[in-house]
Design a protein around this ligand. Structure first.
Ligand code: SF4
Length: 225
């Protein structure tokens, strides 16, 4: 099995591929062992629309931390209705079970453990058995994402990872959403550029509103970009 993108796609300039072309390549090689990681932010609004146009049976999954914003659940329902898709759900323990094991408000006392339980563990389950996954990461979101490739082998999870919007800017995303009148998370209209859990997300540009006031910048899902 190859882990070299040049062997997977011989003669292809991967960096020159457009977002729909990246998605097309991933579908061609890996569907149905391929899934889009959806956190119901503006980037996924674009990717859902493109991916389901290419492959109506494409798979989509979400990590439900049980502490998502009501606006996130609203757009989740809107997306399922618009496209007739069923988003696969992966989740950690209920808040009650987490509190019993680790105390209340783990996000305040130990956010790394909280993310491990609510995000990283469920992501591992979601990726288990897949050969490829797709994310909405963009290079200009934060310095930790500046080197995100469009398609690369994901060493940590041992499957192919695609970031079709890696070279998109904020304005590109909004232009696509407005042109096609896509459902999107309304928190974006209230200054939230990046949206995660209620306890750890404030309004702000880029990812500055995530874990604001702490050194934490990523939840552990994309440490290798
Ligand atoms: S973002 Fe906050 S609430 Fe969500 S899993 Fe991580 S620490 Fe917990």
């Amino acid at each position: 099995m190859t882990t070299d993108v040049a062997t997977l796609l011989p003669g292809t300039d991967v960096e020159a591929l457009t977002a729909p072309e990246v998605l097309g390549v991933m579908v061609e090689h890996f569907h149905p062992s391929l899934s889009l990681a959806c956190s119901f932010q503006k980037e996924e609004a674009v990717l859902l629309d493109m991916l389901l146009a290419i492959e109506p049976g494409a798979r989509v999954f979400a990590l439900d931390t049980h502490v998502l914003f009501p606006e996130t659940y609203d757009v989740w329902r809107a997306v399922e209705k618009r496209y007739g898709v069923r988003v696969e759900v992966y989740q950690g323990p209920s808040l009650g079970r987490q509190a019993a094991a680790h105390g209340d408000a783990l996000w305040a006392s130990n956010p790394a453990l909280c993310c491990a339980i609510r995000k990283v563990g469920p992501l591992g389950e979601a990726l288990s058995g897949l050969r490829g996954w797709i994310t909405g990461m963009r290079r200009d979101q934060s310095p930790t994402r500046a080197g995100a490739p469009k398609i690369a082998w994901d060493e940590r999870h041992e499957l192919w990872k695609a970031n079709p919007l890696a070279d998109w800017r904020d304005g590109d995303v909004w232009a696509y959403i407005h042109e096609r009148e896509l459902p999107y998370n309304r928190l974006h209209d209230r200054g939230y550029a990046s949206i995660g859990c209620t306890h750890c997300t404030l309004p702000g540009d880029g990812r500055e509103g995530r874990w604001a006031g702490s050194d934490k910048t990523e939840c552990g899902l994309h440490l290798d970009a």
